[in-house]
Design a protein around this ligand. Structure first.
Ligand SMILES: CC(=O)SCCNC(=O)CCNC(=O)[C@H](O)C(C)(C)COP(=O)(O)OP(=O)(O)OC[C@H]1O[C@@H](n2cnc3c(N)ncnc32)[C@H](O)[C@@H]1OP(=O)(O)O
Length: 406
């Protein structure tokens, strides 16, 4: 059996989707394929072929992730990875990832990122777990906030208004937290604001709300409601939040207060909230949001010097990091990082820290300290105080947070 790896154009979107639809048990959807064709972020479709039959696929979005300190880094967002069950465990995934990372390098994307279906798959390719998220189900009758209330106004907006007023609020939030992808206007309309039957999962139409504090747009909510009548004629409404974003602390407080005060609602459900989400401090009874966590984004460093130069650091000083990278051998070597300027140079100087590619992926956005990673072996300190110095540089004020599964 010879497997050929081919790059596919958007005109092959239907064929490209075949392996992932088979894996997830979904029927072909011309509408979904058309939407994916139109997304400017969807730049790479890789197919694995056995003769004329597609037997594996991997796609990649091109977007910019926010980095600690308010910068951004071009990112290859791996998506729709699947190998047909008839062809599993013959090395096809390995070939697809090799091609994805070569493609990312050609495009000048210093990092790659993904959401994994199974956490056991991607570590071997140098992806490190970089962020966690959680789902909540807030008990509305236990949703009192601590602190002083913030007066606000909430307004329903049309899709066109949402498309104009929500992206700037998202951008303000993105500057404050690492790991948030940039979004084109089409990403907004084809993914975030999309309101077709297949996206509703039994709930009602998408509600689009902007909250204003002191007369200024400060946050937004995208959500649906679902009414069920329980005996004896007791209405129970569940609010399912697609995205709720505050552009400022006041905006965050206002938008969640709005959601928690919707009449008839008993539960407010939301997904993809960061482990340091403000709700942990806003709610008088944070336990009553029933936060359940899972690994979210995995990061793979594709180009070490460019990736390190694309973020800011929390302490000054310099450090020499030696990277071991079997899968992307061009990364292997020693790098001196000057934290004040984010300047990175290759060096032959003795190293302060040795890190695996996956450990560097885990530390890059500040989700894990080098000290913590050293405890499980992905980081080896070579000089006195190196771990503490690296931690002061890399760990930011916010945990990485990706509000959306891609
Ligand atoms: C970013 C995303 O899109 S996440 C979506 C991932 N896709 C899915 O979950 C769909 C269902 N799963 C599949 O289609 C396949 O099992 C895939 C794509 C995960 C793996 O494809 P395969 O071609 O079988 O993988 P391949 O043979 O290249 O294996 C490479 C290595 O990964 C290991 N591996 C592959 N899949 C898994 C898995 N699910 N769990 C644990 N290890 C795995 C293999 O054992 C092999 O290890 P080795 O290098 O030590 O020998």
């Amino acid at each position: 059996m010879t497997i050929e790896i081919r790059l596919l154009g958007p005109e092959h979107a239907d064929e490209f989707a075949h392996p992932i639809l088979t894996a997830f048990g979904l029927p072909p959807s011309p509408e979904r394929a058309e939407r994916s064709r139109r997304l400017p972020e969807f730049v790479t479709r890789i197919g694995a072929y056995d003769g004329n039959a597609i037997v594996g696929s991997a796609g990649a979005f091109a977007f910019d992730f926010s980095t600690p300190g308010g910068g951004t880094v071009p990112t290859s967002g791996l998506t729709m990875v699947a190998v047909m069950p008839t062809h599993r465990r013959r090395g096809i995934l390995r070939k697809l990832i090799e091609r994805q990372l070569a493609d990312a390098r050609d495009r000048g994307q210093p990092i790659a990122a993904l959401w994994a279906t199974e956490a056991t798959i991607y570590g071997r390719f140098g992806y490190g777990i970089a962020a966690f998220s959680g789902d909540v189900s807030i008990e509305r009758d236990r949703s009192a906030f601590v602190g002083s209330p913030v007066p606000f106004e909430a307004h329903f907006v049309s899709e066109a208004e949402a498309l104009e007023r929500m992206p700037p609020l998202y951008e303000r939030a993105r500057r404050a937290a690492p790991c948030m992808p940039s979004r084109s206007p089409l990403w907004w309309s084809l993914r975030r604001l999309l309101d077709v039957e297949s996206t509703r999962a039994g709930s009602g139409p998408l509600q689009r709300v902007i909250v204003k504090v002191d007369g200024r747009d400060e946050g937004y909510a995208l959500y649906r409601t679902r009414l069920e009548m329980t005996a004896p004629q007791i209405p129970v409404v569940t609010v399912t939040v697609q995205e709720a974003m505050g552009a400022s602390p006041a905006g965050t407080r206002a938008v969640w207060r709005y959601l928690c005060d919707i009449d008839l609602a008993t539960r407010i459900n939301a997904t993809c909230l960061s482990p340091d989400h403000p709700l942990f401090l806003l709610l008088a009874e944070p336990r009553r949001m029933h936060y359940r966590t899972y690994d979210s984004v995995w990061v793979r460093i594709v180009d070490v010097p460019r990736a390190l130069a694309a973020r800011r650091y929390g302490a000054e000083g310099s450090i020499v990091i030696e990277v071991d990278d079997e899968f992307c051998p061009w990364n292997t070597g020693r790098y001196r990082l000057d934290a004040a300027t984010s300047h990175v140079t290759r060096t032959e100087d003795p190293c302060d820290l040795r890190v695996s590619a996956a450990a560097l992926g885990s530390a890059y956005l500040g989700g894990f300290s080098f000290s913590r990673l050293a405890e499980i072996g992905g980081v080896i300190p070579r000089t006195e105080g190196a771990l503490e110095r690296a931690d002061r540089m890399f760990v930011g004020s916010r945990l990485p947070y990706c509000p959306e599964i891609f």
